[in-house]
Design a binder for this molecule. Structure first.
Ligand code: AMP
Ligand code: ZN
Ligand code: FE
Ligand code: FE
Length: 292
């Protein structure tokens, strides 16, 4: 069983349509794939249709932009009811924050002599509900300013670079609570990928486990072998599920090919048990795993 629990489509900042993503997952020999676009479930329906066609197991999820103790935290939410009002409102606010920051980024680029307009970004991001820096990067590529996304981030879009603009993110604990209310389960994506090793440390992760966190994404390209070993030990100590995934973005992100990291079948089974329990507690009609 090859299980990849974190991928992006064009519904956010991947380069494959949801249908292409699911086809690519089947083509890569995966048995299970989760679609986890940033801050949106808009890719789910198309992914579902294709999963039925190609006969792959599909988990519907999302990667929510949150903030905790001053730092950005990406929270993978699996199998929540996307029609839950609180969840919808939280996502709407995040998406509004994404949209409102784009003009500010473009203004900064224009200050630096780059003639880039909102329509340039729209043209390269058909189908997205979650406009982000990767789309601004793609527009810069199309305008011939940089050669690829990586260069765009390095020169312009990373924190500290001239066109970086922060955006709204929801409180981590609030999002975890709303995901639980919506009958889903929460896993911290690439826990040490952004702030570096030990942030959050074991004590902080223990507090999150107390607050209902289900798992940690241990096997991710942002983590080196030592960090993975240490995160795995923390997860074991705290009884958290250990996941592994590619964080695939199509051609939008190097070294994140489908299946480059995978989740052990027994860990996946535990995650689904926790999701079933959360769904039961919530009393909501949650999406089920689609089995071929
Ligand atoms: P945003 O959510 O709009 O702030 O953009 C963050 C997204 O940009 C994340 O999904 C990352 O996967 C992506 N990203 C960050 N750095 C790079 C990079 N160097 N190349 C490609 N994508 C990147
Ligand atoms: Zn992304
Ligand atoms: Fe992420
Ligand atoms: Fe991601």
């Amino acid at each position: 069983m090859r299980i990849d629990l974190h991928t992006h489509s064009r519904a956010s900042d991947g380069t494959d349509t949801p249908a292409e993503l699911v086809r690519a997952a089947a083509g890569a020999g995966l048995d299970v794939v989760a679609i986890t676009d940033h801050d949106t479930a808009t890719g789910w329906a198309e992914a579902e249709e294709t999963a039925r066609e190609v006969g792959i197991e599909l988990v519907r999820g999302m990667e929510v932009s949150t903030r905790h103790q001053g730092a950005g935290v990406h929270l993978l939410a699996y199998l929540p009811d996307p029609t839950h009002a609180g969840l919808e409102q939280a996502l709407a606010k995040i998406l509004a924050g994404r949209n409102s920051r784009v003009p500010a980024m473009l203004e900064r680029l224009r200050t630096h002599g780059i003639a880039i307009q909102a329509q340039d970004v729209r043209r390269v991001s058909p189908g997205t509900a979650a406009t982000g820096r990767p789309h601004v990067a793609d527009a810069l590529v199309e305008l011939g300013v940089v050669s690829d996304r990586t260069e765009a981030f390095r020169q312009w879009l990373n924190p500290g670079r001239p066109a970086y603009v922060d955006r709204y993110a929801a409180g981590l604990l609030d999002v975890m609570a709303v995901v639980a209310e919506a009958g889903g389960v929460s896993v911290i994506a690439h826990p040490w990928g952004r702030r570096g090793p030990d942030q959050p440390d074991e004590a902080e992760i223990a507090a999150l486990a107390q607050a209902g966190l289900a798992g940690l994404e241990v096997d991710h390209q942002d983590h080196g072998p030592d960090d993975r070993d240490r995160l795995r030990a923390i997860a074991r100590n705290l009884g958290l599920v250990v996941t592994g995934s590619s964080d695939y973005h199509g051609t939008g992100k190097r070294d994140h090919d489908l299946g480059v990291n995978t989740t052990a079948p027994e860990e996946y089974a535990r995650l689904l048990d926790l999701a079933a329990a959360a769904a039961e507690r919530s009393g909501r009609a949650t999406p089920q795993v689609l089995r071929p």
